[in-house]
Ligand binder design. Structure first.
Ligand code: G6P
Length: 499
């Protein structure tokens, strides 16, 4: 580590590594797969970067260490904090609230207290690593208070925040008893990035309704403590994947061979359909399987020559809504397999596991139809991975309108997952798509995904932050944020309703 601190500090709930412990208790770390790590890797190394985040285990925060050129700084979370800050406020309050209240959010004051305390810890850990005038880039809904907390501690740094999930309309956000604190937290950043323009618009609308700041364009000013005005930019930066490395992986002989093996292991069906999701109620897994079951029942596709592979990776299993979903999905899969399966052929292969990237690439290459049917999704990177893997221009993508990816991926067959009949038609169309149409669509999809990769995303965000940062420095505006003296309370306010 440099004695003066790092020029770039990334802050996210989880560190970009997975911890393993062998039988002797020895600990090792492997880099987690995923675009964010890959995208930031060269930037972090070039900029003397540090990454601040949780190890993933309770009460476990070893000394900071160097991993592959990035300095990793573990932040401890106790068992109680995992329950209240992570499983509770992050994943049982904010997650459902920000995903169209698909399940009801729970509002508990003890969860909020823990969220605030943990956000303070992350902010302190981040500033401890930052050099004078450094850039600190905060990620996602678990850490929305961190931008303003950092600004209070260190008015000299540039602060970016990127929101990976949807940002809700005011009419839903309004439910949150701590709505004003969350907006103030985010306004501590110079640039607040979202997946879609509609998320940025929703955010600005919440700023307008809840504070004295009235943004008229997506660059607007807030008061600084030193009396100057500081610019804040709210804009869309749709995230992507490391498309080229995915494409290269799907070109390897090992992956191509594995794709053939998967097909033959399944008994060489005419059509392989694929769903790949964290087992999350936002993903529309039940809607998809219901539609698939009805298509079999209607006889529009032949159960004997069709297979649906559903990879559902385990997620947030201590949260009740996730346990309930698992049960519902497994009952549904069991029912359809019972009805349409034969000895030696299941019509749904349900896999409650996570797989390494090369296996995923092989599954994508083997799948004739990819089903992404989220009820709400910030972006959905699985859709982009599927496209990046299909260098053969094969396969068809059925994609929910309720994903950020739908704004970008014009070549997909767009569906409304609530409209089961419409989704059935789209799935049947995808399964029978003439190859000329499939190739035309995939070519169009690939043009987009290969061009706009995660590297470009990170550069765009950081360039925007540099621009706003320079303008703020020039105006002498770097000081703690105070947005207004009083909160205009909208009609029908629910503030104070926490239990
Ligand atoms: C979403 C969120 C991420 C989160 C991931 C996995 O993609 O945007 O912030 O890390 O889900 O969820 P988990 O709760 O396991 O970190």
């Amino acid at each position: 580590m440099s004695t003066t601190g790092f020029d770039l500090v990334v802050v996210s709930n989880r560190l970009p590594v997975d911890m393993q412990q062998d039988a002797s208790g020895a600990i090792s770390w492997t880099r987690s797969p995923g675009g964010l790590v890959t995208a930031l890797d060269p930037i972090m190394k070039g900029a003397e970067g540090a990454w601040v985040g949780w190890s993933g285990a309770p009460d476990f925060a070893p000394e900071p260490f160097d991993a592959d050129g990035t300095f990793l700084v573990p932040v401890p979370l106790s068992e109680g904090e995992i329950q209240r800050y992570y499983e509770g406020f992050s994943n049982d309050t904010l997650w459902p609230l920000y995903h169209d209240v698909i399940t009801p959010p729970a509002y508990h004051r003890t969860w909020w207290d823990s969220y605030r305390a943990v956000n303070e810890r992350f902010a302190e850990a981040a500033v401890a690593q930052a050099a004078e005038g450094a850039t600190i880039w905060v990620h996602d809904y678990q850490l929305q208070l961190v931008p303003a907390l950092i600004r209070q501690l260190r008015p000299d740094v540039r602060i970016g925040y990127f929101h990976h999930i949807p940002f809700p309309p005011f009419e839903l956000f309004q439910q949150l008893p701590w709505r004003r604190q969350v907006i103030d937290g985010l306004l501590g950043a110079d640039v607040v990035g979202f997946q879609r323009r509609s998320d940025a618009t929703n955010f600005m609308n919440c700023v307008r309704r809840l504070t004295a700041v009235k943004p008229r364009t997506n660059i607007f000013s807030v008061h600084s403590d030193n009396g100057a005005r500081r610019l804040v930019k709210a804009a869309a930066f749709p995230i992507s994947i490391d498309s080229h490395s995915f494409d290269r992986l799907a070109h390897t002989d090992a992956v191509k061979k594995r794709a053939e093996e998967i097909r033959s292991d399944l008994g060489d069906p005419d059509v392989i359909m694929l769903g790949v999701d964290r087992l999350d109620y936002t993903k529309g897994i039940r809607h998809r399987i219901k539609a698939y079951g009805e298509i079999l029942e209607d006889g529009r596709i032949d159960a004997a020559s069709t297979t649906l592979i559903q990879v559902a990776s385990p997620s947030r299993e201590n949260v009740k809504a996730y346990r309930d979903l698992r049960q519902q999905v497994e009952i549904l899969v069991g029912r359809i397999n019972g009805e349409y399966g034969e000895i030696g052929h299941s019509t749904i292969h349900y896999l409650h596991h996570s797989y390494p990237q090369d296996e995923m690439a092989a599954l994508y290459l083997a799948a004739d139809v990819m089903l992404v049917t989220s009820l709400r999704d910030g972006m959905n990177l699985v859709a982009k991975e599927y496209v990046a893997a299909r260098h053969d221009l094969g396969g068809a993508l059925v994609l929910s309108e309720f994903t950020g990816a739908a704004d970008e991926l014009g070549g997909a067959i767009l569906v409304n997952p609530h409209d089961i009949d419409g989704m059935k038609d789209a799935i049947v169309h995808a399964a029978n798509m003439p190859s000329a149409e499939a190739r035309r669509r995939m070519r169009r999809l690939r043009r987009k995904v290969m061009h706009d990769d995660v590297n470009k995303w990170a550069h765009n965000f950081l360039a925007s932050l540099e621009d706003i940062g320079q303008r703020n420095e020039h105006n002498g505006a770097y000081a703690p944020t105070v947005t207004s003296a009083a909160e205009p309370v909208p009609a029908g306010s629910t503030a104070g309703g926490a239990s």
